[in-house]
Ligand binder design. Structure first.
Ligand code: IDP
Length: 137
């Protein structure tokens, strides 16, 4: 299995609550490498592109407010089968449904403020990495 890249983003409350290091350790402990990273503020347009599939949802304004509530930590993470592996490490969208030991089960506050994003497909990983880092190397 060749190395893959995925886009991972620690959401604002993780930075505010001082949990960045803990979550980065979980990623590295799984054998993945952080290849690129930056702390950044998102704007409404960036959030609308990233969550374009959710723009019509009732909860979108709440999601937008959460993603604007502080800087995020954006990363390109690499490793064997990293897209599926990171989705497993992250857990289900709703922390009440996330398997124990996953990042969301341990650190997400609720289904909106759920700590972390990870790309779901290789195609989306390439789109998201390009959106956040301006290039897919
Ligand atoms: P994912 O982040 O697990 O891939 P998506 O369905 O793409 O799940 O949702 C994107 C983000 O939108 C979630 O991570 C969460 O922050 C928020 N979200 C998703 N579903 C709900 C919901 O039912 N209520 C409130 N917020 C939600």
């Amino acid at each position: 299995m060749p190395k893959q890249k995925t886009f991972i983003m620690l959401k604002p409350d993780i930075l505010k609550r001082g949990l960045m290091g803990t979550i980065i350790s979980r990623i590295e402990d799984k054998g993945y490498q952080i290849e690129r990273a930056q702390i950044m503020d998102l704007d409404k347009q960036m959030i609308a592109h990233h969550y374009a599939h959710l723009l019509d949802e009732d909860f979108y304004p709440k999601l937008e407010a959460y993603m604007l509530s502080g800087p995020v930590f954006a990363m390109v993470v690499t490793g064997e089968n990293v897209i599926t592996g990171m989705r497993q490490l992250i857990g289900a969208t709703d922390p009440n449904e996330a398997e124990s030991g996953t990042i969301r089960a341990d650190f997400a506050k609720n289904v909106t403020e759920n700590a972390i994003h990870g790309s779901d497909t290789e195609e989306n990983a390439a789109i998201e990495i390009t959106r956040f880092f301006n290039s897919y190397e």
